[in-house]
Design a protein around this ligand. Structure first.
Ligand SMILES: C[S@@+](CC[C@H](N)C(=O)[O-])C[C@H]1O[C@@H](n2cnc3c(N)ncnc32)[C@H](O)[C@@H]1O
Length: 455
């Protein structure tokens, strides 16, 4: 789930933060006038012109602190976090006690996915200026990223004690509570954010999701429709509305949704799936696959390989093991296992289409819950496999129609649909049978395992 910080790093007048820096030579009236003109331009969004003025100041005084830090905020406004960080570092070498720059440096570091350093920078800013709500909010974001959720909540609470009308800490507090499954409290935080900013689209979307999880479908639908009206992402919202029966079911989960979800989930995935959800698909499916292969030494593709739970078990059968997944962070975890010969960040159907009769086994565990229409996947698997090659996978079981999208935001497929696809793509069904694929809130979730052979 997204977190938010002030939308634009706002340039401030040079004297607006606490700094004990002595005046430098070369800061005469002309320079001050250029700086003020630059600021005015920057505030009007005329970044190129403002930048030119700051550069001019730096040509006569390369150590001009305010010109450097304002250039850095321009880089931040342009979402060039690496350049912003470099410029803030230069500025802070001149004045290490400038709270605004330390905070903005934290923002840049967070954008560069360096949360531990972002936290450090915000802490330094807060040592200089303890009542700094933006830095407390940013600190909360870094702590959340570092999975220190209770501390993140405390940081947002402190921010809100100083600035109860700031929308970001309310919203971000909701995101943490949501992650902790404290859904009623999350809802309250989203509601507070929406009192301050009624068209906050991320708060509207998250409110819809919290209501969905609280099994209040009608309110969830209303919240999501409002999010849509306020510029929320139609693909993502349409997908959630479809899961609630209020929109047409799309062919697959939106890619962005998959990537964002699994990127956030990657570091705790194995522990959550195996520990909490009693996830056994990789163990069962790999055993079933090994019963149908004549020998090892296979060229294997693991579709939606995630952290590599299935790949690790298929490794003994492999001559070459390739994994493909949409989530860079899941792939990062898989890389640490050192079982894959190649890991590819991409969409699995598209990747299958690049292969041509060069694989002995295509496998997928708990991946087709994110794809409803499996026809293109079957076509891709057929194209990728050698004659006699195996296609082994697990799906969540539905007993109605071809496939359904459930309020859990997961697709389920019927055995009849799998058989129909196998026939139309010339696969022989070696095995399609019922399996418990994991648990959800303590109850078994039914699925099917399938082992198909390319004719
Ligand atoms: C529930 S995890 C399962 C991971 C692994 N197969 C396992 O059993 O542990 C689902 C994985 O599929 C990936 N995924 C979902 N849809 C995908 C798609 N269309 N293309 C590539 N990867 C996808 C996700 O990023 C995620 O890593």
């Amino acid at each position: 789930m997204k977190q938010s910080r002030p939308r634009e790093p706002r340039p401030r007048r040079p004297d607006a933060t606490r700094s004990a820096r002595p005046a430098l030579a070369g800061e005469g009236e002309a320079c001050a006038a250029a700086l003020n003109a630059g600021l005015a331009l920057q505030q009007q969004g005329q970044l190129d012109q403002a930048e030119a003025l700051y550069q001019e100041i730096l040509r006569s005084n390369p150590q001009h602190f305010h010109a450097l830090q304002l250039l850095a905020t321009i880089a931040g406004q342009r979402k060039n976090s690496a350049a912003a960080l470099e410029l803030f570092d230069q500025a802070l070498r001149i004045d290490p006690h400038h709270a605004l720059s330390l905070y903005n440096r934290g923002v840049a570091l967070q954008d560069l996915k360096r949360p531990a350093e972002a936290l450090e920078s915000c802490d330094l800013a807060l040592r200089i200026k303890p009542d700094y709500p933006q830095a407390l909010n940013q600190r909360g974001i870094a702590l959340h990223e570092l999975k220190r959720l209770d501390e993140a909540l405390q940081s947002y609470d402190l921010a809100l004690r100083i600035a109860p009308d700031h929308v970001q800490p309310h919203f971000n507090r909701g995101v943490v509570l949501h992650a902790l499954k404290r859904l009623d409290e999350a809802l309250q935080s989203y509601d507070r954010a929406l009192v301050i900013e009624p068209d906050h689209k991320d708060a509207l979307v998250n409110r819809g999701h919290a209501l969905l999880e609280l099994k209040r479908p009608q309110e969830a639908i209303a919240a999501l429709r409002l999010a849509l009206e306020n510029g929320g992402d139609p693909e993502q919202i349409g997908y959630t509305l479809a899961a609630l029966g209020a929109a047409t079911v799309p062919a697959a989960t939106p890619r962005q949704f998959v990537t964002r979800h699994f990127d956030q989930f990657a570091s705790t995935f194995d522990q959550h799936l195996i520990g909490t959800l009693k996830y056994q698909t990789p163990a069962l499916l790999s055993k079933e696959i090994s019963q149908w292969v004549a020998a090892g030494n296979l060229d294997i593709l693991d579709l939606g390989c995630g952290t590599g739970l299935l790949g690790a078990l298929l490794k003994p059968l492999a001559r070459r093991l390739t994994g493909v997944d949409l989530s860079p962070n899941m792939l990062g975890m898989a890389r640490q296992l050192q079982v894959y010969d190649e890991l590819i960040c991409g969409e699995l159907t598209e990747f299958l289409q690049t292969q041509s009769g060069n694989l002995d086994l295509v496998a997928a565990a708990d991946v087709f819950v994110y794809i409803g229409d499996l026809s293109p996947v079957f076509a891709g698997a057929r194209q990728a496999l050698r004659a006699g090659g195996l296609f082994g996978f697990a799906v969540e079981a539905s007993d109605a129609g071809d496939f359904v999208l459930r309020p859990t935001l997961r697709y389920a497929h019927s055995a009849a649909y799998l058989r129909k696809l196998a026939a139309s793509h010339q696969f022989v069904c070696e095995f399609i049978g019922p399996r418990i694929i994991r648990q959800e809130k303590g109850s078994d979730v039914n699925g099917f395992h399938a082992i198909l052979r390319r004719s």
